[in-house]
Every structure is written in structure tokens, then in C-alpha cells.
Design a binder for this molecule. Structure first.
Ligand SMILES: [Fe+2]
Ligand SMILES: [Fe+2]
Length: 163
């Protein structure tokens, strides 16, 4: 997701949330007509993209955003613990989706489950974690946004298959 406008940490993470939501909507649209031309190939590619993007997103949150929240907001530790546990659940679903390889009815079910899990998780980040982060004087969300962006770009570059 190339982006030349500087975003603060919450804006950057929420832009990811919105982008992946669009991918889920597109997947569901394709899954509704599995016999349409190329539906299976498109779903296979979309599922891989959803898994890749969520994996990088969760990683930058866990490496940079969540630790910064823990340092600046000891009271938010419970919320961060809960969010981290939700990442683990999502990672299990992602592993299950990747293990299937090609899209089929089982993958459609898993992607729909992942969509619901991520929707719930994103709502908590948006409604509970981000407002706390924005209100924390010890957190510089612009600096944090820059760190997240750099790490995200490095991970995305690594993920490009070496041909
Ligand atoms: Fe997130
Ligand atoms: Fe998250």
C-alpha cells in the first residue's frame, strides 16, 4: 500500500483495516457465485493477499504499536493482552486458509470466519485502543506512524517472492 502522505499511527493502521475490509467484501462477492468464470482463481489470489496483508499488519502492531501502548499506558495492558490473543486466533485461521492452497467451499467458510474475527478486533482497536493512544501525552503518534510505515515497507519488500 504505497502512500506518500504522512499518517499518524492510528491513521496508518486504520487505512490497513479499511483496505483489508474491501478485500473481504470482494472475496464474499466472488464466493457468492463460485461457478462464475475465474471465481476460484480470483478467490485463491484474494485469500492469499488477505492473509499476507493481515500478517504484516499484525506483526507491525505487535512489534511497534502494542509495546508503545504498554509503555505509555500501563492501564491499557488488559486491552493489549486481549488484542494480542485475538491476533493469535486470527493467525490460526490464516494458517488454516493457507494450508488449503486453492479456494473451495471450506476456504470460503474460513475467510468468512476470519472476516468476522477481524471485524470484531478492528472495532476494539478503533473504539478502545486508538482513543486511549490519542489521549496519551507520552505517545507521539506521528513518530510511531513513521516507524510503522518503515517496518511495513520492509516486511512487504521481504514478502515479494525471490522469483
Ligand atoms: Fe489493527
Ligand atoms: Fe490488531
Amino acid at each position: 500500500m504505497a502512500d506518500y502522505l504522512a499518517k499518524n499511527a492510528c491513521q496508518l493502521l486504520d487505512a490497513d483495516h479499511i483496505a483489508v475490509k474491501h478485500l473481504f467484501v470482494e472475496y464474499a462477492r466472488l464466493a457468492a457465485s463460485p461457478d462464475a468464470p475465474n471465481s476460484q482463481a480470483k478467490r485463491t489470489a484474494l485469500a492469499a493477499r488477505i492473509c499476507d496483508e493481515l500478517t504484516v499488519h499484525a506483526q507491525i502492531e505487535e512489534e511497534i504499536f502494542y509495546p508503545a501502548l504498554r509503555r505509555a499506558l500501563p492501564d491499557a495492558a488488559g486491552l493489549v493482552d486481549e488484542a494480542t490473543a485475538e491476533h493469535q486466533e486470527a493467525k490460526q485461521l490464516i494458517a488454516d486458509i493457507r494450508a488449503l492452497g486453492a479456494a473451495n467451499a471450506a476456504m470460503d467458510t474460513l475467510v468468512a470466519e476470519l472476516n468476522v474475527a477481524i471485524e470484531h478486533h478492528v472495532k476494539e482497536e478503533r473504539d478502545e485502543l486508538f482513543p486511549k493512544a490519542k489521549a496519551a501525552p507520552a505517545l507521539d503518534l506521528n513518530v510511531l506512524g513513521e516507524q510503522l510505515r518503515e517496518r511495513q515497507q520492509a516486511l512487504q519488500a521481504e514478502a515479494v517472492p525471490a522469483a
